[in-house]
Design a protein around this ligand. Structure first.
Ligand code: ATR
Length: 275
């Protein structure tokens, strides 16, 4: 049987085994998808042991996405830009890295939430790993502009500099700004900060929101609630990151199994299971 897994620390909460097992059921495929708790300093050894035991592919989650990108023999363009990977696969003895987070986000916004990004003004909040993982695919969706806002401006500037060539190629105005200095509103806001996890306040001023905007938090469950409540209180459409989770998994399944599973159906089923 083909074996897959998700690796991270912590990992108990991961919904990836459920999602991939459901994809396989719906596609009539036989595979086993498990979870592996990886010691903080033991990532490379765990990857080696998984593939030595016949593993076909693994998803990588916090905090190993940067290490996964660095470990690979070959990386996709989206990994090179993000400097982070959420998938490792073994092909002809080579470890291949890819990153499906950004495509998952774009698919969830455009296909599931029904909001087209082309020509819109986007605010990406945060400049850590989560933001880095999605900026490339957001540029490929050809919005009019993307402002990357962060509490610490130099991190946003570095992320923007790394994506400047792609932005120019796509005709997207890409800029970095400190979150505190934001003074205009946006069509789509994407929260990629960890502020809710650290008990922080909403990471951008109220003026960034306008009625009818889409405010998207890449987290889900309790972690997304504060940002979503704030957005709704200002007349915006709020969405959590559960759809992104399912869509990034669907993209991984497509890469590994060659078929696109019914992500929308699986998202609806997963929502019913959520508290
Ligand atoms: P992740 O992989 O989840 O992105 P990370 O790389 O540590 O984690 O990045 C965390 C992001 O959340 C950063 O953009 C961070 O801002 P700084 O670069 O200024 O540290 C942001 N963040 C974390 N706590 C925050 C808070 N309380 N308010 C605003 N931004 C916060």
């Amino acid at each position: 049987m083909d074996i897959y897994c998700v690796m991270g620390n912590p990992i108990e909460h991961s919904k990836s085994p459920w999602i991939h097992t459901r994809f396989a059921e719906l596609e009539g495929q036989t595979l086993h998808y498990g979870r592996r708790l990886v010691p903080i300093h033991g990532f490379a050894a765990e990857v080696q042991s998984f593939f030595a035991q016949g593993g076909r592919g693994c998803n990588i989650t916090v905090p190993f996405k940067f290490e996964a990108a660095a470990l690979a023999n070959q990386a996709s363009q989206r990994v090179t830009l993000a400097m982070a990977a959420n998938i490792l696969s073994l092909q002809d003895g080579k470890l291949l890295a890819d990153n499906t987070d950004g495509t998952g986000l774009v698919n969830d916004i455009e296909c599931n939430a029904g909001v087209e990004l082309k020509g819109r003004n986007l605010l990406l909040i945060g400049a850590g790993g989560a933001a880095a993982g999605v900026l490339g695919p957001l540029l490929l969706a050809r919005p009019a502009s993307i402002t990357v806002a962060n509490r610490t401006l130099p991190k946003a500037s570095a992320l923007v500099a790394r994506h400047a060539a792609l932005a120019a190629q796509q005709g997207v105005e890409l800029r970095a700004q400190s979150s505190q200095s934001l003074a205009s509103s946006f069509d789509v806001l994407i929260n990629a900060t960890a502020s809710s996890l650290t008990g922080g306040a909403i990471p951008v001023p109220d003026c960034t929101l306008k009625s009818g905007a889409l405010a998207y938090d890449m987290m889900y469950g309790n972690a997304a609630r504060g940002f979503m409540n704030w957005a709704q209180a200002h007349g915006a459409q709020a969405r959590d990151g559960l759809g992104m989770l399912v869509e990034q998994a669907a993209e991984a399944f497509m890469i590994w199994r060659g078929v696109r599973p019914p992500a929308r159906q699986v998202l609806a089923e997963l929502r019913l299971l959520m508290p």
